[in-house]
Design a protein around this ligand. Sequence first.
Ligand SMILES: O=C(O)COP(=O)(O)O
Ligand SMILES: [Mg+2]
Length: 223
Amino acid sequence: MPSSATHPALEGIRLVVFDLDGTLIDSVPDLAAAVDGALRDMMLPEVGEAAVRDWVGNGSRKLVERALQAVGARGGELDAAHDLFLHHYRLAPCRATQVYPGVRDALEALAARGMRMGLVTNKPTAFIAPILECLDLAHYFSLTLGGDALSTRKPDPAPLLHLAAHLDVAPSACLMVGDSRHDVEAGRRAGFRTLAVPYGYNHGEPVAASGPDVVVESLRELV
Ligand SMILES: O=C(O)COP(=O)(O)O
Ligand SMILES: [Mg+2]
């Protein structure tokens, strides 16, 4: 049990489940480089970081599909484009990706209080460990789940419930922390408390509109 909880959102909470992209890390520079690499390989125009920022959050396949639609490519090219994206992203998943301000302080303080922590991302599982290790964040999490770990992903609550059950924590004692409406919806449907950060990727909409229990400007406010 945490010995103290400075933010009311942590009252009674024993497990904090974090989203990855847009919440803990700004991964768009590397995601955009991989999307543009795939488009270049296919002789298609590049889309750039600003566009990719609005498209992240539903997994890598959806990201590539949105890029293909934006450049007017044929739907039949998705499999090839996604394979090329994975190839480029595998080569450099952590070149320009950065941890957001306040994240390390928050994780460190929560860990020091004995809080259990997990991670649920819609990113493919294969990229989670390399990125967390490269940024020295891996040791904070008891369990991580990628978008391809189960048959459903956020906004479905299944990955959150799986994680809570695996760590033997009741959903009512769990807090979901994310940047998008998928995180808020998954958290609500799982029976978790929900907390959102406004600085990430939410398809160009303010995340507060999806009705999280709490919004904080920086995760540092949590501790
Ligand atoms: O869609 C993705 O690839 C990443 O999404 P996340 O915000 O769930 O980490
Ligand atoms: Mg996110």
